[in-house]
Design a protein around this ligand. Structure first.
Ligand code: HEC
Length: 167
């Protein structure tokens, strides 16, 4: 009887030891698992989303600035074109003196009187890109007719702004 009790007691101890070991192992496993935190995944996920919003807000501002910029003439650049590669100064002075074409002193005011219904801006643009549409009295139609092709719309506007500024 004593032997049987000892054996069953030993058996209980062994089973108990196994349970304790198993529980201990299970506890250890949980303790090791908890340090793996998820918070690091969340910030990196949010960061790209935050930078994407400013990129979108830049696009709308680009559209409105393009439209007004195209037509405004720059008189300073117009003077550079007139005296430089466009060759206007080879035929035109900016005084009253005739070279080959008429002198262009006061042309901003004169231009308003050249063609009925045309503003100075419209007449001067036409005088540059289609010079034979209207010939200045007593001058031959020898002004080159290809400035509408060799000059950009902006460059023509720059030349017109310069001509209107001439005293
Ligand atoms: C080969 C010589 C020649 C060149 C180069 C030339 N023109 Fe002329 N231009 C003339 C002649 C000639 C006239 C007058 C006949 C006419 O109306 O086309 C004239 C007329 C004009 C008129 C009208 C003037 C007025 O009193 O109504 C303007 C403005 C003008 N030119 C601007 C220019 C500009 C700007 C350039 C350069 C992009 C240029 N011209 C290049 C010969 C030239």
């Amino acid at each position: 009887m004593i032997l049987t009790r000892l054996m069953s007691l030993t058996g209980l101890l062994i089973i108990g030891a196994i349970f304790i070991a198993a529980c201990g192992a299970a506890d250890d496993a949980e303790v090791v698992a908890t340090p793996v935190f998820e918070p690091t995944a969340a910030p990196t996920g949010n960061a790209p989303a935050a930078t994407a919003v400013p990129a979108d807000s830049v696009a709308p501002t680009a559209a409105p600035t393009e439209a007004p910029a195209a037509v405004v003439g720059d008189a300073v650049n117009g003077e550079t074109l007139f005296s430089g590669t466009s060759g206007c100064a080879g035929c035109h002075s900016t005084s009253d003196a005739t070279v080959i074409g008429p002198g262009l002193a006061g042309i901003g005011t004169i231009a308003e009187t050249r063609v009925a219904g045309e503003s100075a801006d419209e007449y001067l643009t036409a005088a540059i890109i289609a010079p034979n549409d209207f010939l200045v009295p007593d001058f031959p139609g020898i002004m080159p007719g290809n400035f509408g092709q060799s000059l950009s719309e902006q460059e023509v506007a720059d030349l017109v702004a310069y001509l209107i500024s001439l005293p």
